[in-house]
Design a protein around this ligand. Sequence first.
Ligand SMILES: [Zn+2]
Length: 337
Amino acid sequence: MRAGYRRWAAVVVGLVTATACSTGTASTSAPSPTTSPAATSAEPAAPRVNPATVHADELGAVPVLMYHQLLAKPTGVYDQTPAQFRAELELLYRSGYRTVTAADLVAGRVDVPAGRSPMVLTFDDSTVSQYGERPDGTVDPATAVGILLAVAKAHGEDHPVASFYVNARPFAGKAAYLAKLTALGMEIGEHTATHANLRQLDDAGVQRELVQGLAVITGADAGAPVTTMALPFGAHPHNARLAHTGSWQGRRYDFQGVLLVGSNPAKSPYNKGFDPLAVPRIRSGMRTGDQAFTSTYWLPKLLKNRFVSDGDPAVISFPKAEAGKLGPRFGGQARPY
Ligand SMILES: [Zn+2]
């Protein structure tokens, strides 16, 4: 147990050190490996850190955290108090995590600074505790988005992102909030029109739910394509393909990512085992009970094999010993060390 805590502390200290190194001027940063594609092009190479100095491992695991409501008095295992949410975010940021959206993860766009690790924050069911505004139109600091903005800023991330899986009448009927969230860089994803259990519907019913849910988002003019969905209750339809591709009354949907409920970290999108149509999520929460599903259980374990960025989204750095995990289509971007 003590060894585990020491390792945790060592990693956090290492991250701080690595960041201090990587924020130096270009002339003092570590030399780029000569195998870098950019080094041979006519363009001047961007300043880069040596992946070994930050222990980059871009084939490591990524926590995708699942949040629901923030309530002063939680009513179920999926709820958190605002204080619990803030504490969990603080822990994640202190541990070196920075945000990407589920759409980014699925598309393989993992752009976090060198030495940092990506995390995906997901919020289901579009409830009022997730996003709200003060009378002057600014973000209510008591909502999940308000807390996220404050914690992220305190840790140097000025534009944190998250993914919101919404139903019809999002945020108690304030569909205009969808465009506000998109303007903040947040992702809006599909969670069916009525929060239906897709397992209990026939093929037509599944496709109706997804087309009608998508229409709520596109109708709100959120301004960004909808590329991922989260399965209500984690329940797949009998025809699993209909979770991501289908049509109803001439209107189509075609999602690139499908998010599950529970329970383990996701693989790197560059890992050959990554399945964008079955992305697992870890339950948020510091509570006792159901430990194996929660961040309390997974975050310490992740220190051994998490995704650590080299700071350059165009190349995929990892220790040579990990090479067997690389997805074949990413061979051209690989930078083993
Ligand atoms: Zn839900």
